[in-house]
Design a protein around this ligand. Sequence first.
Ligand SMILES: *[C@@H]1O[C@H](CO)[C@@H](O)[C@H](O)[C@H]1NC(C)=O
Ligand SMILES: *[C@@H]1O[C@H](CO)[C@@H](O)[C@H](O)[C@H]1NC(C)=O
Ligand SMILES: *[C@@H]1O[C@H](CO)[C@@H](O)[C@H](O)[C@H]1NC(C)=O
Ligand SMILES: *[C@@H]1O[C@H](CO)[C@@H](O)[C@H](O)[C@H]1NC(C)=O
Ligand SMILES: *[C@@H]1O[C@H](CO)[C@@H](O)[C@H](O)[C@H]1NC(C)=O
Ligand SMILES: *[C@@H]1O[C@H](CO)[C@@H](O)[C@H](O)[C@H]1NC(C)=O
Ligand SMILES: *[C@@H]1O[C@H](CO)[C@@H](O)[C@H](O)[C@H]1NC(C)=O
Ligand SMILES: *[C@@H]1O[C@H](CO)[C@@H](O)[C@H](O)[C@H]1NC(C)=O
Ligand SMILES: *[C@@H]1O[C@H](CO)[C@@H](O)[C@H](O)[C@H]1NC(C)=O
Ligand SMILES: *[C@@H]1O[C@H](CO)[C@@H](O)[C@H](O)[C@H]1NC(C)=O
Length: 520
Amino acid sequence: MMRVAAVLAVAVALVAAVIAEETGGDDAPRPHIFMVIVDDFGWAEVGYHRSEEYKQDVQTPTIDALVQEGIELNRHYVHYACTPNPCQPGCGMPQNMTGVAEHLQSAGYATHFVGKWDVGMTTPQHTPKGRGYDTSLNYFGHGNWMWSEAEWQGSYNHRSDLPPCEPPACFKDFWETDKPAAELNGTQYEEAIFRDRVYSILEQHDPSTPLFLTYASKVAHYPLQAPIEYQEKFSFIEEPHRRVYHAMVAFLDDNLANFTSLLKSKGMWNNTLMVLTSDNGGYVKSFLGDCDNNTSHGYACFNGEAGANYPLQGGKYSTLEGGVRVNAFVSGGFVPEERRGTREDEMVHVADWYATFAALAGVDPTDHRAAQHNLPPIDSLNIWPLLSGANVSSPRQTLLIDPHALIWGKWKVLHGNVIEANWGGPQYPNASTADDPIENYSRNCSQGCLYNVHDDPSERTDLAASEPEQLQTMLQMLQLQAQSIWSQPIGQIDPACSTAAMDRYNGFIGPWLDVDGQLL
Ligand SMILES: *[C@@H]1O[C@H](CO)[C@@H](O)[C@H](O)[C@H]1NC(C)=O
Ligand SMILES: *[C@@H]1O[C@H](CO)[C@@H](O)[C@H](O)[C@H]1NC(C)=O
Ligand SMILES: *[C@@H]1O[C@H](CO)[C@@H](O)[C@H](O)[C@H]1NC(C)=O
Ligand SMILES: *[C@@H]1O[C@H](CO)[C@@H](O)[C@H](O)[C@H]1NC(C)=O
Ligand SMILES: *[C@@H]1O[C@H](CO)[C@@H](O)[C@H](O)[C@H]1NC(C)=O
Ligand SMILES: *[C@@H]1O[C@H](CO)[C@@H](O)[C@H](O)[C@H]1NC(C)=O
Ligand SMILES: *[C@@H]1O[C@H](CO)[C@@H](O)[C@H](O)[C@H]1NC(C)=O
Ligand SMILES: *[C@@H]1O[C@H](CO)[C@@H](O)[C@H](O)[C@H]1NC(C)=O
Ligand SMILES: *[C@@H]1O[C@H](CO)[C@@H](O)[C@H](O)[C@H]1NC(C)=O
Ligand SMILES: *[C@@H]1O[C@H](CO)[C@@H](O)[C@H](O)[C@H]1NC(C)=O
């Protein structure tokens, strides 16, 4: 026993030494890091996850090529939903936790954020600038209207992209580093505004300084909106949610082509690590949101996406694979040549990018500020040794999704009532359509359900009865790990948030507590 432990310790030390040599301190490679987060991007919404027969709906040539030149992350997990309303105090990331951009900034990176923030704006410290981004162009909520930047207020709100829409009837949700983006709202399609900003950041960037750029696209979260010429490319799709959704994805794909060609022409691509992931699975509902075609911008859909996660089960809000296992890859010239064009089946969690980026930048990812304020440490593991090929296994072997769902290697246990327990088909519409939504199905896992998600990614065969010991082990692990969950109380929507939007920001939402004397 002792001897095994000693051997293990030596092995660990060796691995640690290799990692230190590869990524540590002064010798850190410090690549440019381009992080792309796509919103509600269903598993079947990329060309590389579709068979030839069903490819027509999905036009993602840039993404497909980037995957082919990079590493497909076949088991990349995320949480199944986004965060509370930004006007709720305490929403999002706790004030005294350190964001990944702060680490990279301290390592000498130029840091920029473009797109959806959605991790809080209670105080200036909660905003991108307060989290270590030199600049930002962002909205704070879950989504906004893409031709006006009006705040999206929920499933059943009025069409606030149509006039008359002036505060306080609707606020604008658009922010630029430390003030409202009052010159930019309403000027063109939002994803085009983001494209121009990312492009100008890249254009102005001095390649000798390492760059950390996060682009959190509005695509393809509701409300669904896209330029008419993109909608027309998909005129053969009858269902308007589906038509506009694919139009949005095609727009994003063109944006990515634009950015990667500029990175190449600036000679930055050969030293860039590009990461793309979705924030959660595709949103399978559609009956919540009407669509209409009475604006100058063609169809717009209020809510719902009729998302496609085939062959995975469930979608956004579900602990099933369709909710938590998402499209993801790394690409760019920083990916070692021998790893390009491969598929990684080891498990990765979105939280692991934190420690991974810090390691590449040569900084310690430990969150000392959080520790000072009795907040929990980071839950992030450096996966660069896995991606670079230095280690064949992922350090990420267990993954707690929530108090009712845990993955351990190939095994997954679910406990309690599981929502959206049904499958869509290879092409919309199919078994799960607007009239027969997946969300109407649930599974009773009160005794625990057990799946081998490596061999059975669609979670069709419950092994609880045939593997009772494995089930008990997993249920015990789940119970134990669930005790480690830390959460903070979220307050009610604070009316002072609207007051600040009116009095301080001329109709735009923004931080409303501890504002004076800080950052702004
Ligand atoms: C965060 O830290 C600052 C500085 O120590 C402190 O003033 C503030 O109260 C803390 N915030 C929270 C929510 O604990
Ligand atoms: C930007 O938003 C402000 C505040 O709502 C509004 O007054 C202005 O007209 C908007 N700009 C455009 C071009 O829509
Ligand atoms: C990329 O976008 C920028 C900004 O909109 C534009 O000026 C440029 O022509 C585009 N380049 C390509 C190759 O599409
Ligand atoms: C990347 O390309 C540029 C320009 O072609 C060159 O100066 C630089 O040395 C290259 N960097 C790497 C890491 O290959
Ligand atoms: C657009 O259609 C919606 C219903 O889909 C309707 O409520 C609204 O009044 C219409 N707007 C205009 C300007 O026709
Ligand atoms: C939507 O409206 C536009 C302009 O009014 C029209 O050209 C287009 O054919 C309409 N699309 C559909 C699918 O009805
Ligand atoms: C390397 O792989 C081993 C299993 O083979 C794993 O236990 C360890 O955590 C990995 N180390 C790193 C740093 O990824
Ligand atoms: C619907 O999906 C199932 C798989 O979930 C597939 O077997 C079937 O062929 C599909 N039907 C249609 C009409 O696409
Ligand atoms: C599904 O559930 C929703 C509400 O949760 C309900 O409005 C709808 O009628 C249900 N559809 C079917 C086909 O049962
Ligand atoms: C789930 O099944 C258990 C028995 O295994 C039963 O006691 C419980 O009532 C069921 N729950 C629902 C919501 O059907």
